[in-house]
Design a protein around this ligand. Structure first.
Ligand code: AKB
Length: 316
């Protein structure tokens, strides 16, 4: 079993929950410490309450658990971040700087920093967006993540800190619910569909966004963290992609299994955020450097989502 001691921040979030389970399979249950500010404490141990703004507690945890790797998942996402921009900046950027500072002080072996398609903005080419493009994000979430990418690169170049990062597209999974994101509709829609409900979509029907199924996102994360560091050429954050679709297309995919599924559209403030992002991503550098390859397309994801959500429904 691995000698690594893993810290996950934001472990109760949409990705954090599934990542904790996956990392425990790789590194052993006791070697993965899940932390979160949430009071909804999972049954799964070890778990510690941690507010990422509490630097003293973060320091104590890193020291007492002899942490060797950090997956820093704690963040406020694109839509909810807009309700309190300064708090979002503090949590997302100051929180990350505390992790970087500790990584350098304690000589932590590896740090994973999740970035996002929200780093792109209206000055970014919208189709097949390549790795090195102008970044003019419109949300404070996007600003904090694009700044975080630059800090990652800086710590790598200046201190040799081994930070690895991907720009996640919207993530869809049955295991956990997203909250506060612009791509959350693509999870909510499946929950409505299996309950036989009509779904009211907060994005317009033709809003195309890059998306990824949870098993691919988790595998991408772990494969990047396991890659040989000499193969990695991007120390800001790798573009990462699997599929792109619109609300109308995901509804059509669901109708192949649930023919009478209905959707109506009522775009809200999140439409402007989605419109500032790109439609599709060129992730050839991830494919070249660490052999990234997705497994799921839209229809394969729909089959698996509906199968698993129905199983969950039956066991409730
Ligand atoms: C969001 O919608 O804010 C996130 C993201 C794309 O980073 N899912």
């Amino acid at each position: 079993m691995s000698k690594d001691k893993i810290l996950i921040t934001g472990a109760n979030g949409q990705l954090g929950r599934v990542l904790a389970t996956a990392l425990r399979k790789v590194h052993g249950q006791d070697n993965v410490l899940a932390t979160d500010i949430s009071t909804d404490i999972p049954d799964d141990n070890p778990y510690e309450f941690l507010d990422i703004m509490n630097v003293t507690r973060l320091h104590e945890i890193v020291e007492s658990y002899e942490i060797t790797q950090v997956y820093h998942m704690a963040a406020i996402l694109s839509a909810s971040g807009e309700w309190n921009p300064l708090k979002t900046w503090k949590v997302n950027l100051d929180g990350y700087l505390s992790i970087l500072d500790l990584a350098e002080k304690f000589q932590i072996d590896k740090v994973f920093f999740p970035s996002t398609i929200a780093v792109f903005g209206t000055t970014t080419p919208r189709e097949n967006t390549s790795q090195h493009v102008p970044l003019m994000p419109s949300t404070v979430y996007g600003i904090s993540k694009s700044t975080g990418e630059l800090w990652s690169n800086y710590y790598h170049d200046r201190y040799g800190t081994d930070i690895r990062s991907v720009r996640y597209p919207g993530i869809i999974g049955y295991q956990s619910l997203p909250s506060g994101g612009t791509t959350d509709y693509a999870v909510e829609i499946y929950h409505a569909a299996i309950k036989g409900e009509e779904y009211e979509c907060f994005l317009a029907e033709d809003t195309r966004l890059p998306m990824m199924y949870m098993p691919d996102a988790i595998r991408a994360t772990i494969e990047l963290m396991q890659a040989d560091k000499n193969d990695l050429n991007i120390r800001t954050s790798y573009n990462l992609s699997a599929m792109s679709f619109t609300p109308a297309e995901i509804a059509e995919s669901i109708r192949k299994i649930i023919p009478d599924f209905k959707i109506r559209y009522k775009p809200d403030h999140r439409q402007d955020i989605a419109a500032s992002w790109t439609e599709s991503i060129d992730d050839s550098m991830a494919r070249r450097d660490w052999k990234w390859q997705e497994e799921y397309n839209l229809d394969a994801m729909t089959v698996d989502m509906i199968k698993n959500l129905r199983l969950q429904q039956e066991t409730k």
